[in-house]
Write a protein that binds this ligand. Sequence first.
Ligand SMILES: [Zn+2]
Length: 228
Amino acid sequence: MTQQSISFKQNLKGYRASILTPYSYMKQPILISVCIGVIALCLSMASAQDWREVSDGTFTVFTAAQADDEHLSEIFKILREAKLELRRTWGLAIPKDIQIYVHPNIESYSEATGLPWYVAAIANREDLRIDMQRAKVLLERQSLEKTLRHELFHLAQEDGLERWQAEGWAMIFAGEQPLVKALDGVSGEELNQMLEGFVDREGLARANATAFVWMQRELSTQVEPTEP
Ligand SMILES: [Zn+2]
Protein backbone atom coordinates (compact mmCIF):
# COMPACT_ATOMS: atom_id res chain seq x y z
CA MET A 1 0.00 0.00 0.00
CA THR A 2 1.33 3.36 -0.82
CA GLN A 3 0.98 6.27 1.44
CA GLN A 4 -1.00 7.99 -1.20
CA SER A 5 -3.82 5.62 -0.70
CA ILE A 6 -4.07 6.30 2.97
CA SER A 7 -6.01 9.26 4.12
CA PHE A 8 -4.51 11.58 6.67
CA LYS A 9 -6.85 10.48 9.42
CA GLN A 10 -6.41 6.82 8.74
CA ASN A 11 -2.76 7.41 8.75
CA LEU A 12 -2.72 8.80 12.20
CA LYS A 13 -5.10 6.23 13.54
CA GLY A 14 -2.68 3.47 12.79
CA TYR A 15 0.02 5.03 14.84
CA ARG A 16 -1.16 4.65 18.33
CA ALA A 17 2.30 4.01 19.57
CA SER A 18 3.54 7.20 18.26
CA ILE A 19 4.19 10.53 19.51
CA LEU A 20 2.46 13.16 17.84
CA THR A 21 2.90 16.61 18.48
CA PRO A 22 4.68 19.42 18.29
CA TYR A 23 5.32 22.47 17.65
CA SER A 24 3.50 25.00 19.24
CA TYR A 25 2.49 28.10 17.72
CA MET A 26 5.55 30.10 17.77
CA LYS A 27 6.13 33.69 17.24
CA GLN A 28 6.16 33.28 13.55
CA PRO A 29 3.64 30.68 13.86
CA ILE A 30 2.16 28.52 11.63
CA LEU A 31 4.13 25.43 11.12
CA ILE A 32 3.71 22.68 13.54
CA SER A 33 5.79 19.60 13.70
CA VAL A 34 4.33 16.25 14.31
CA CYS A 35 6.30 13.40 15.48
CA ILE A 36 5.39 9.88 15.02
CA GLY A 37 7.36 6.96 16.25
CA VAL A 38 5.73 4.41 14.28
CA ILE A 39 5.39 1.40 12.34
CA ALA A 40 7.26 1.95 9.22
CA LEU A 41 5.59 4.47 7.06
CA CYS A 42 5.63 3.63 3.43
CA LEU A 43 8.21 6.26 2.83
CA SER A 44 9.35 4.67 -0.34
CA MET A 45 7.63 7.52 -2.09
CA ALA A 46 10.75 9.45 -1.33
CA SER A 47 12.54 7.57 -4.05
CA ALA A 48 10.46 9.47 -6.57
CA GLN A 49 12.65 12.48 -5.87
CA ASP A 50 16.13 13.06 -7.16
CA TRP A 51 17.73 13.12 -3.73
CA ARG A 52 21.24 14.20 -2.94
CA GLU A 53 22.75 13.12 0.37
CA VAL A 54 25.39 14.45 2.70
CA SER A 55 26.46 12.50 5.78
CA ASP A 56 28.69 13.12 8.76
CA GLY A 57 28.47 9.55 10.00
CA THR A 58 25.61 10.19 12.42
CA PHE A 59 23.26 12.30 10.36
CA THR A 60 22.53 11.88 6.68
CA VAL A 61 20.66 14.81 5.19
CA PHE A 62 18.79 14.33 1.91
CA THR A 63 17.90 17.34 -0.19
CA ALA A 64 16.27 17.73 -3.57
CA ALA A 65 16.02 21.51 -3.97
CA GLN A 66 19.16 23.47 -4.68
CA ALA A 67 17.99 26.28 -2.41
CA ASP A 68 18.01 23.85 0.50
CA ASP A 69 21.60 22.76 -0.22
CA GLU A 70 22.66 26.24 0.77
CA HIS A 71 21.47 25.57 4.29
CA LEU A 72 23.18 22.23 4.81
CA SER A 73 25.94 23.56 7.02
CA GLU A 74 23.38 25.27 9.23
CA ILE A 75 21.31 22.10 9.44
CA PHE A 76 24.33 20.02 10.48
CA LYS A 77 25.35 22.61 13.03
CA ILE A 78 21.89 22.57 14.63
CA LEU A 79 21.82 18.77 14.68
CA ARG A 80 25.25 18.43 16.26
CA GLU A 81 24.57 21.01 18.93
CA ALA A 82 21.24 19.44 19.77
CA LYS A 83 22.86 16.03 20.01
CA LEU A 84 25.42 17.32 22.51
CA GLU A 85 22.82 19.15 24.51
CA LEU A 86 20.52 16.16 24.73
CA ARG A 87 23.33 14.11 26.22
CA ARG A 88 24.59 16.83 28.50
CA THR A 89 21.24 17.98 29.80
CA TRP A 90 19.20 14.82 30.00
CA GLY A 91 21.63 12.00 29.35
CA LEU A 92 19.79 11.08 26.18
CA ALA A 93 21.81 9.49 23.40
CA ILE A 94 21.05 9.95 19.74
CA PRO A 95 20.97 6.73 17.74
CA LYS A 96 23.38 6.49 14.83
CA ASP A 97 22.40 6.65 11.20
CA ILE A 98 19.61 9.17 11.39
CA GLN A 99 18.15 10.20 8.05
CA ILE A 100 16.72 13.65 7.49
CA TYR A 101 14.71 14.31 4.35
CA VAL A 102 14.30 17.96 3.44
CA HIS A 103 11.41 17.89 1.00
CA PRO A 104 11.62 20.30 -1.93
CA ASN A 105 7.91 21.14 -1.91
CA ILE A 106 4.71 20.49 -0.04
CA GLU A 107 3.61 17.87 -2.54
CA SER A 108 6.66 15.73 -1.89
CA TYR A 109 6.32 16.21 1.85
CA SER A 110 2.62 15.39 2.02
CA GLU A 111 3.02 12.48 -0.33
CA ALA A 112 5.70 10.95 1.87
CA THR A 113 4.10 11.69 5.23
CA GLY A 114 0.39 12.14 4.68
CA LEU A 115 0.61 15.37 6.67
CA PRO A 116 -0.92 18.77 5.94
CA TRP A 117 1.04 21.93 5.24
CA TYR A 118 0.84 23.27 8.77
CA VAL A 119 2.84 20.41 10.21
CA ALA A 120 6.50 21.30 9.76
CA ALA A 121 8.09 17.92 10.26
CA ILE A 122 7.66 14.40 11.50
CA ALA A 123 9.98 11.98 13.26
CA ASN A 124 9.76 8.26 12.75
CA ARG A 125 11.34 6.52 15.72
CA GLU A 126 11.31 3.10 14.16
CA ASP A 127 13.07 4.18 10.99
CA LEU A 128 15.23 6.84 12.70
CA ARG A 129 14.07 9.26 10.12
CA ILE A 130 12.88 12.84 10.02
CA ASP A 131 10.85 14.27 7.16
CA MET A 132 10.62 18.02 7.06
CA GLN A 133 9.50 20.83 4.83
CA ARG A 134 11.92 23.04 2.96
CA ALA A 135 14.71 24.53 5.03
CA LYS A 136 14.11 27.86 3.35
CA VAL A 137 10.46 27.89 4.38
CA LEU A 138 11.29 26.96 7.96
CA LEU A 139 13.99 29.61 8.10
CA GLU A 140 11.54 32.24 6.91
CA ARG A 141 9.31 31.28 9.80
CA GLN A 142 12.25 31.20 12.18
CA SER A 143 11.54 27.61 12.98
CA LEU A 144 14.34 25.60 11.36
CA GLU A 145 16.29 25.16 14.57
CA LYS A 146 13.21 24.53 16.69
CA THR A 147 11.87 22.01 14.23
CA LEU A 148 15.10 20.01 14.06
CA ARG A 149 15.61 20.08 17.82
CA HIS A 150 12.03 19.01 18.40
CA GLU A 151 12.23 16.05 16.07
CA LEU A 152 15.64 15.02 17.27
CA PHE A 153 14.33 14.91 20.80
CA HIS A 154 11.76 12.37 19.69
CA LEU A 155 14.46 10.14 18.27
CA ALA A 156 16.38 10.32 21.55
CA GLN A 157 13.57 10.27 24.11
CA GLU A 158 13.27 7.43 26.55
CA ASP A 159 10.70 4.72 25.93
CA GLY A 160 7.44 4.67 27.80
CA LEU A 161 6.54 8.35 27.77
CA GLU A 162 2.95 9.25 27.24
CA ARG A 163 2.32 11.10 24.04
CA TRP A 164 1.60 14.36 25.77
CA GLN A 165 4.75 14.02 27.84
CA ALA A 166 6.86 13.41 24.75
CA GLU A 167 5.33 16.35 22.93
CA GLY A 168 5.55 18.74 25.81
CA TRP A 169 9.11 17.76 26.51
CA ALA A 170 10.14 18.03 22.87
CA MET A 171 8.68 21.52 22.74
CA ILE A 172 10.55 22.54 25.85
CA PHE A 173 13.82 21.17 24.48
CA ALA A 174 13.21 22.89 21.16
CA GLY A 175 12.61 26.25 22.83
CA GLU A 176 9.10 26.55 21.49
CA GLN A 177 6.59 28.80 23.17
CA PRO A 178 2.89 28.20 22.56
CA LEU A 179 0.99 31.29 21.59
CA VAL A 180 -2.43 29.81 22.17
CA LYS A 181 -4.11 28.90 25.41
CA ALA A 182 -3.85 25.48 26.96
CA LEU A 183 -7.07 23.50 27.20
CA ASP A 184 -8.95 23.24 30.45
CA GLY A 185 -10.59 20.17 31.84
CA VAL A 186 -9.14 17.49 29.60
CA SER A 187 -7.74 14.21 30.84
CA GLY A 188 -4.38 12.78 29.86
CA GLU A 189 -6.09 10.23 27.67
CA GLU A 190 -8.15 12.89 25.94
CA LEU A 191 -5.10 15.00 25.34
CA ASN A 192 -3.23 12.05 23.86
CA GLN A 193 -6.12 11.51 21.48
CA MET A 194 -6.15 15.14 20.48
CA LEU A 195 -2.46 15.06 19.73
CA GLU A 196 -2.81 11.91 17.71
CA GLY A 197 -5.99 12.55 15.82
CA PHE A 198 -5.95 16.28 15.24
CA VAL A 199 -8.09 17.56 12.43
CA ASP A 200 -6.96 21.15 12.07
CA ARG A 201 -4.21 23.55 12.92
CA GLU A 202 -6.03 25.21 15.77
CA GLY A 203 -6.88 21.92 17.44
CA LEU A 204 -3.31 20.69 17.22
CA ALA A 205 -1.95 23.99 18.50
CA ARG A 206 -4.24 23.94 21.54
CA ALA A 207 -3.30 20.34 22.28
CA ASN A 208 0.39 21.17 21.94
CA ALA A 209 0.04 24.14 24.24
CA THR A 210 -1.61 21.92 26.82
CA ALA A 211 1.12 19.29 26.58
CA PHE A 212 3.71 22.03 26.95
CA VAL A 213 2.13 23.46 30.09
CA TRP A 214 1.59 20.07 31.67
CA MET A 215 5.16 18.96 30.98
CA GLN A 216 6.58 22.20 32.27
CA ARG A 217 4.71 21.61 35.49
CA GLU A 218 5.84 18.01 35.67
CA LEU A 219 9.48 18.84 35.11
CA SER A 220 9.40 21.64 37.65
CA THR A 221 7.96 19.41 40.34
CA GLN A 222 10.56 16.75 39.67
CA VAL A 223 13.34 18.96 40.91
CA GLU A 224 11.58 19.81 44.13
CA PRO A 225 11.95 17.56 47.17
CA THR A 226 9.06 15.21 47.58
CA GLU A 227 7.29 14.91 50.88
CA PRO A 228 7.86 11.77 52.89
ZN1 LIG B 1 6.69 16.18 18.57
